[in-house]
Design a protein around this ligand. Structure first.
Ligand code: ADP
Ligand code: MG
Length: 745
C-alpha cells in the first residue's frame, strides 16, 4: 500500500518491552492490564488525578476526591476498639481522620492544637466526611507546597507501582512524539473531513436529547448547527498526541471550580480531548466494517430472477396474507437477490413477527433460479422447527429438504452429505454442522442464518465460503433480539438492515407479573386450575450456570416434583434428550395432548404453539431481559389472553426487581433491549462471541451515540476516497491490530 510511513516501524505498535525499564515481570503486569503495545500504554488513561499543590477547603470536599487539606486538631479519640479518630478543623468545616492501626509515632503526633496538612481520599457517608489513613505532616513555619501539580492515578495491578506506570506512560508518549514531531501520523483527519460533516443531520440521526446535543456540539467546536470550527475547543485541531497528553496530565487551573469542571469533563469522557480520541476509535471500527463490505462487494453473487412462481404458490397456499412489514422486507430482499452483488442483510423482527415465512419467500427466489438454500439455526430444537416448516411448505412443491445436525447417525449423515453435494436436496436445514469442512454444496446460492447473535463472524464466513467457484452466496441474517441502533451500527455496520416492525393481526399483549418464589405453590395451583379449563402452559426451569447437563438435571427434578403435585398431563424437554424424544414431546404438546410443558430455556426461540397462553419462568432474575422477552414470546400467539409469571428468588436487590419490572411494563422488544444494553452491556446482549467486535478502549455505545454517528460519516468519507487508502489501513491497524483476520487489510 502506498504509505509514506510504511517503511518506518510505527512506534505505536512497538511492544512495551521496547521501553527502558520493562522486563519480563513488568511486561506480565502490564499484560494483566491489557497493555501490550505502546499504543495500549498511551491509552491507559488515569482513573483519577490528585493535586498536592494546593490546600482545599474542607467544606468543598467531594466523595472519592483525593485532596490536600490543612487544619487544627480539635479532638483525638483513641479509646475505641476501632483504632484512632482525629477531628481536623479549618475555617470551613471538619473532617474525621480514621486510623485503624495505631502506632507510637501516630499517638505522639496527634495532639489537640497541632496544625496538620493531610492528603488522602475523601469518603462521605452516614459517618460524615472522613479520610482513612491519610498521609500527614505537621505544619511548621515557612513550610512550602509541593509543586508537582496534577498527578495521574492509573488503574493498576498488585506489584505495579503508580510511579512506575507514570514513568512508563511518559516514556511512551515521548517516543510517540519524537517519532512524529509534525503530528503527521497522529492526525489522520483533515480540516476538510470535519467541514464535510452535515451537523444538523448527524444530530437528528443520533436522536440525542436536546441538552446533550448543545453541549456536545459546542465542545466539538461547532456552533449554531453550522460547520464552523471555533478556536480553542475544536477537536479537529487536536492531534492524537495532544489529546492524550491533555488526558494524562491535564493543565492546572488556578480557579478551583474550573479545575473541578475540567476533571469532571475528562472523567465523564465529555472533554473535547476524549471526544477526539473516541471519534477516532469509532471511525477505525466503522472503517473495518465498511472495508469488509467493500471487499464483499467485489465478489460475484448468483443473480436471481425477479419473478418467482414458487413464492406465488407458497403465498396462495397460506391461510393468511403477509403483513405489510413482511411484504416490505421480502421486497427489499428480492431487490438484493436480483443483483450480482452478494446480499448481506440483517432482518430484525420481534418474536412472533413472522421471520420464518420471510426466509421461506427469500428461499423461493433462489430456488426458482436453480440455487440451493442453506438455513442454519443455533440449536437443534430451533433447526427442527424450521425443518418441519420448510418440509410442509416445500416438499409438496417438489423441492427436496435435507437435514444436517451434530447428533446424526453416521449413515444418515453420509446420505445427507451426498444429497447436498449432488443437488438432490435444494434446501438444507441444520445447526453448526452446516459449516463444517466436509459439507459440499452443489450450488449454494443463499445462506439464511437465524438468530445471528449466537454465531460469530468467522462461522458466518465459513458458510458463505461454500459457494460455487468464483461466487459468493447471498446472506440473510435474522435476529429476534432487537438491537439498539448504536449497537447495530457497531456490530453489524457491514450489513444492510430490514425491520419487521409489525406483528401479525390478532396477537394479544402478554400480561406479565413478577412474583416472589416463596409463592411458587400458589402459582402451581393456579396453573393446575387453568390447565383443567383447557389452557396450555410452559414452565421454564432455572438456568444453572453455563451447563446444559445441570440444566437438564434441574428440569428433571422440577418435572418429578410438579408431576407429583399436579393432576394434569405434563411433558418435559431439555437439551440432553434425543432429538426424536424432544420432537415427540413437542408434537404431543402442540396437538393439545399435554397440558404443561416443563423445559429448560431451550424453548427460547422458534417454538410455536398458539394454544399455549401461560408461562412461568423460574429464577427470572438470572436471565437477561431480552432473553426473557424471547421466552415470553412463546405465549400470546393465539386469541386467548396470555400471562407470563416471572418468579424471582429473594433476596433480590431493588434494581433487580426494577429490572424485571421493565418486562411487566413493556412488550416492546426495542425498549427492552435498550434497557438490557444499559444494564448488562453489549457483550451480554449480543452473546460472548461478538464481544470481540465491541471491545473498545474508550468508547461507550450508550454514551457516545452522537460520536458514533459522526464516526460513521467520517468512515464513509475516508473509505470512498482512494487517495486515503493509507489512512484507512493505518487507522484500522492502530486501533484493531487483530482485525486483519476479518478484513484482509
Ligand atoms: P418469528 O419471527 O419469531 O420467527 P415465526 O416465523 O415463528 O416468528 O411466526 C410466528 C407465527 O406467526 C407462526 O405461527 C406463523 O405461521 C405466524 N405468521 C407468520 N406470518 C403471519 C401473518 N402474516 N399472518 C398471520 N400469522 C402469521
Ligand atoms: Mg423464528
Amino acid at each position: 500500500m502506498p504509505n509514506m510511513q510504511s517503511n518506518k516501524p510505527n512506534p505505536l505498535d512497538m511492544p512495551v518491552t521496547s521501553l527502558a525499564g520493562v522486563g519480563t515481570k513488568v511486561a506480565e503486569q502490564l499484560a494483566q492490564l491489557g497493555i501490550k503495545r505502546l499504543f495500549d500504554l498511551v491509552l491507559h488513561l488515569p482513573r483519577d488525578y490528585e493535586d498536592r499543590s494546593r490546600v482545599v477547603n474542607i467544606n468543598t470536599l467531594a466523595n472519592g476526591q483525593s485532596a490536600l487539606v490543612e487544619g487544627e486538631i480539635v479532638s483525638v479519640d483513641n479509646k475505641g476498639r476501632g483504632g484512632m479518630s482525629v477531628l481536623l478543623e479549618d475555617d470551613t468545616g471538619t473532617v474525621s481522620l480514621r486510623f485503624f492501626k495505631v502506632y507510637r509515632g501516630l499517638t505522639q503526633t496527634m495532639m489537640v492544637g497541632t496544625t496538620l496538612r493531610v492528603f488522602g481520599e475523601v469518603k462521605i457517608s452516614r459517618y460524615g466526611v472522613q479520610m482513612h489513613h491519610p498521609e500527614y505532616q505537621v505544619v511548621t513555619a515557612g513550610m512550602t507546597m509541593e509543586s508537582t501539580g496534577l498527578q495521574p492515578i492509573y488503574p493498576t495491578v498488585k506489584g505495579l507501582h503508580q510511579n512506575k506506570l507514570r514513568t512508563l506512560v511518559k516514556l511512551a508518549l515521548q517516543t510517540v512524539q519524537n517519532y512524529d514531531k509534525q503530528g503527521q501520523i497522529l492526525s489522520i483527519f483533515q480540516d476538510t473531513d470535519w467541514q464535510s460533516l452535515d451537523w444538523q443531520t448527524l444530530i437528528t440521526q443520533a436522536n440525542v436529547q436536546a441538552k446533550v446535543q448543545v453541549s456536545q456540539a459546542s465542545f466539538l467546536g461547532y456552533q449554531n448547527n453550522q460547520a464552523q470550527i471555533s478556536s480553542t475547543h475544536a477537536i479537529s485541531y487536536l492531534s492524537l498526541f495532544e489529546a492524550l497528553t491533555l488526558l494524562h496530565t491535564p493543565p492546572n487551573h488556578t480557579d478551583l471550580t474550573n479545575q473541578f469542571e475540567l476533571l469532571e469533563q475528562i472523567k465523564n469522557r465529555q472533554h473535547p480531548a476524549c471526544q477526539r480520541i473516541i471519534i477516532e476509535e469509532l471511525t477505525a471500527h466503522q472503517l473495518s466494517l465498511l472495508y469488509r463490505r467493500q471487499q464483499l462487494h467485489q465478489h460475484k453473487a448468483p443473480k436471481c430472477e425477479s419473478s418467482s412462481p414458487l413464492a406465488k404458490h407458497l403465498l396462495d397456499n397460506l391461510p393468511f396474507a403477509l403483513t405489510g412489514a413482511q411484504q416490505r422486507v421480502v421486497n427489499e430482499i428480492k431487490n438484493d437477490l436480483t443483483t450480482s452483488i452478494p446480499m448481506l442483510r440483517l432482518v430484525q423482527g420481534d418474536v412472533g413477527a413472522g421471520k420464518t415465512l420471510v426466509a421461506a419467500l427469500a428461499a423461493c427466489y433462489a430456488l426458482d433460479s436453480g440455487w440451493q438454500v442453506a438455513i442454519m439455526a443455533p440449536t437443534e430444537i430451533l433447526a427442527e422447527q424450521h425443518l418441519i416448516n420448510f418440509k410442509n411448505w416445500f416438499e409438496p412443491l417438489g423441492i427436496g429438504v435435507g437435514w444436517l445436525a451434530g447428533k446424526q447417525k453416521t449413515s444418515e449423515r453420509k446420505e445427507a452429505l451426498a444429497a447436498i453435494s449432488e443437488n438432490e436436496v435444494q434446501i438444507v436445514v441444520g445447526t453448526h454442522a452446516l459449516f463444517q469442512e466436509q459439507v459440499k454444496f452443489a450450488k449454494l446460492g443463499l445462506a439464511i442464518i437465524d438468530e445471528q447473535h449466537r454465531f460469530g463472524v468467522e462461522q458466518r464466513m465459513a458458510l458463505t465460503n461454500k459457494g460455487v467457484a468464483n461466487s459468493t452466496p447471498h446472506q440473510l441474517v435474522m435476529t429476534a433480539t432487537p438491537i439498539p441502533r448504536t449497537l447495530a451500527m457497531s456490530a453489524y455496520g457491514d450489513m444492510d438492515t430490514s425491520i419487521i416492525d409489525e406483528l401479525p393481526p390478532g396477537r394479544t399483549p402478554v400480561k406479565t407479573v413478577t412474583i416472589d418464589r416463596n409463592r411458587r405453590d400458589e402459582v402451581l395451583e393456579r396453573i393446575e386450575a387453568n390447565c383443567k379449563q383447557g389452557k396450555q402452559a410452559y414452565w421454564v426451569c432455572p438456568l444453572v450456570e453455563e451447563s446444559s447437563e445441570l440444566d437438564a438435571q434441574s428440569a428433571e427434578a422440577t418435572f418429578a416434583d410438579v408431576s407429583e403435585r399436579l393432576d394434569i398431563r405434563i411433558g418435559l424437554v431439555h437439551g440432553k434428550m434425543k432429538p426424536s424424544e424432544k420432537q415427540t414431546t413437542m408434537q404431543t404438546f402442540k396437538q393439545g395432548d399435554l397440558d404443561l410443558l416443563i423445559s429448560t430455556t431451550v424453548i427460547e426461540v422458534g417454538v410455536d404453539v398458539p394454544n399455549a397462553s401461560l408461562m412461568v419462568i423460574e429464577n427470572a432474575e438470572r436471565l437477561g431481559l431480552s432473553q426473557l422477552h424471547q421466552l415470553r414470546g412463546r405465549v400470546g400467539r393465539g386469541s386467548e389472553k396470555s400471562f407470563c409469571v416471572l418468579l424471582y428468588q429473594t433476596p433480590l436487590s431493588e434494581t433487580g426487581i426494577e429490572r424485571l419490572n421493565v418486562l411487566a411494563k413493556s412488550n416492546d422488544g426495542f425498549v427492552i433491549a435498550q434497557k438490557d444494553l444499559q444494564i448488562r452491556g453489549p457483550g451480554e446482549l449480543l452473546g460472548k462471541r461478538q464481544t470481540g467486535n465491541v471491545g473498545y478502549y474508550l468508547s461507550d455505545l450508550t454514551r457516545d451515540e452522537l460520536l458514533l454517528t459522526i464516526a460513521r460519516a467520517l468512515a464513509k468519507r475516508l473509505i470512498q476516497d482512494n487517495s486515503r487508502k493509507a489512512d484507512v489501513s493505518l487507522l484500522i491497524e492502530r486501533w484493531m491490530p487483530d482485525a486483519s483476520k476479518y478484513t484482509n487489510v
